[in-house]
Design a protein around this ligand. Sequence first.
Ligand code: PMP
Length: 407
Amino acid sequence: PFPFFFFKDLKMKFSRSDVNALMEITSRPELVFVRGSGSWLEDHNGKRYLDFVQGWAVNCLGHCPAPVVKAIADQSTRLLNPSPAFYNEPSIELAIRLTGASCFDRIFFANSGAEANEGAIKLARKWGQLHRKGAYKIITFDHSFHGRTLATMSASGKPGWDKIFAPQVDGFPKADLNDIASVRALVDDQTVAIMLEPVQGEAGVIPATTEFLQALRKLADEKGLLLIVDEVQTGMGRTGKLFAYQHAGITPDIMTLGKGIGAGVPLSALCAREEVSCFVHGDQGGTYNGNPLMTAAGVAVFDTLTAPGFMESVNARSQQLSKGLLALSAKWGMKGERGVGLLRALMLDRDDGAAIVEAARLMTPDGMLLNSPRPNLLRFMPALNVTADEVDLMLKRLDEVVQKVRG
Ligand code: PMP
């Protein structure tokens, strides 16, 4: 049988030449990608796709960006994984860059967003044991998404998850985003932190307002709580600033990064201010943490994002995309658009998001990859170096797809 969980209905053994036949009987879209470059992907039939999903915001510089590929290639001939018990050069270089560009003093590298968030939760709990008489509860938000490990699922406010994998990890009361009274009402002696995405991504691109973020910081200071921002989807550069918390001018205590930090390789980071960095050796770790192959990629990503003019072009493309989506919305009687930087959503007036995504993928001769995290919404996460022509092309094609779906 085909050896993947989600393909258990398959009877056929996988081989390259079987791909076409095999895909006809899977429940997943019949797609196997074989190569990519910038905003374009190519499947096993040689069909090309304009990619405005980019692996869920992972490929922040598009597919196979030259500086990242080169950094990985160079590092691969030098040193792979000396041991997580020792430091290595690329990790030090990346940590210096990240601490220099943010309000954080300590960095711990991990392999996924969920793992970085697990680290953040553990760090807050340990800090609670040491400084807050064992307080351990972390207030999180309805519809939030923090990952798929048991603790991060429990922290997430995704409807249904509290039941499917019950019992949950204890201690994650849920408040309403942008409603400071709902947060305040949950704070008690056992509360140690507040954790949120500056823009809720999986929920459908819902930004926390600047006033809300500032009010959270104030509340945290007043009650002696830690403020944790999950920037796995918003960092780095996606919102038009390196980190989304910077839009609000606040100083969080802990931040997690993932996805775009490695531009396609499994790299994430737990970042903390000195005052809360209470981990000692052995508290958190893993075989591949701080792997130099990944952090070398991270250095190349960071240097590309912080090159002169890069963020200006992210903001220019963001305005172009926003304007184009608004025009489409007006033309089709949709409900407008929202987002920050190049994390944007088009609010549909009907529940035909999945149909639009499917029709876009099936377009010929070239397809297009879009995403619909909710039935009445499309989400756009193009490469941060997407070109003006590619944005225009996507908007033109989207118009054609809506025409086709809505007849
Ligand atoms: N936090 C946020 C805000 C995310 O968007 C995601 C992934 N969608 C995660 C955490 C989990 O990251 P990973 O899939 O790398 O574990």
